[in-house]
Design a protein around this ligand. Structure first.
Ligand SMILES: [Zn+2]
Length: 117
């Protein structure tokens, strides 16, 4: 084999290696995009999960909505009354927003960790 043929073979081989690297890179990028999409939980769903979790905790602690015990707006609410103990759909926009963003810092941290992998 002369020097020229040898060089040509080496060149072809490096082209193949380059192709393999590009394919693997594209695969890795697709994997990363899938992982990122999986982490993007709709913000309303997060809010609902947070509110339901909070509701459960409050109920366990013996809290109720004023209407449930006749402790409505006309009478003075008792110490275990909480006006936000309503289904997600009935919650005020302000309270919904608090719940929607309650998980922001944790989510940002998880997304950062996923990118580093
Ligand atoms: Zn009450």
């Amino acid at each position: 084999m002369d020097a020229h043929t040898e060089l040509e073979d080496e060149f072809k081989e490096s082209l193949e290696i380059g192709d393999r690297i590009m394919t693997e890179l594209a695969q890795a990028r697709a994997d990363l995009e899938r992982a990122e999409a999986a982490l993007k939980i709709p913000i309303d769903e997060i809010g609902q999960i947070m509110h339901e979790s909070w509701t459960q905790t409050k109920r366990t602690q013996g809290f109720h909505h004023p209407d449930e015990q006749g402790h409505g707006t006309t009478s003075h609410p008792c110490a275990k009354c909480h006006g936000d103990l309503v289904p997600w759909a009935s919650l005020s926009e302000r309270q919904k927003d608090i719940n929607r963003h309650a998980f922001d810092a944790v989510l940002a941290r998880i997304q950062l960790l996923a990118k580093k992998e």
